[in-house]
Write a protein that binds this ligand. Structure first.
Ligand code: FES
Ligand code: FES
Length: 160
């Protein structure tokens, strides 16, 4: 199998790997780099659990070839915490019981972060649309929607 060099920034840190040509970003993140915060569910683009942010936009890492990430910036849930302090979204998910088995949570958090980065004061409809590609089998979605709205509200208050 041909290996190709891939260099990208992962949560602010430079990473350089040799990836098998055709390997997905999901596979490289988990199996080469050891970022187990990214979850592989369906591996075919329908569950959203593998969502990451690449150059500011939400992407499914199971449908993204690692080699296309050369020179780009990748963010995963592992980078949300800052020096031991949880990101407001992580706090809101914990406090609002928005996670049960937790398998969907990394993808939900990244979808929510991509939303709040571009729209700090989303409506309920905006939140529902932003997580429409993310499947959760446990929560019934309402606690997740409320947690995202609550994190947005807290951020808006902090910024005021
Ligand atoms: S694992 Fe990528 S969308 Fe399901
Ligand atoms: S908390 Fe279990 S799938 Fe969402």
């Amino acid at each position: 199998m041909t290996k190709v060099p891939v260099q990208f920034t992962l949560n602010g840190e430079e990473k350089a790997e040799f990836a098998e040509s055709g390997a997905t970003l999901l596979k490289v993140l988990r199996e080469k780099i050891g970022d187990m915060s990214v979850k592989g569910g369906c591996q075919q683009g329908t569950c959203g659990s593998c969502s990451v942010i690449i150059d500011g936009a939400l992407h499914l890492s199971c449908l993204t070839l690692a080699e296309t990430c050369d020179g780009r910036s990748v963010q995963t849930t592992a980078g949300l915490e800052d020096a031991g302090v949880l990101h407001p979204l992580q706090r809101a998910f914990n406090e609002g019981f928005a996670t049960q088995c937790g398998f969907c949570t990394p993808g939900m958090l990244m979808a929510a972060k991509a939303l709040l980065d571009s729209n700090p004061a989303p409506s309920r409809e905006d939140v529902i649309e932003a997580i429409a590609g993310n499947i959760c089998r446990c929560t019934g979605y309402e606690p997740i929607i409320q947690a995202i709205l609550s994190a947005a509200h807290a951020n808006t208050l902090n910024a005021a």
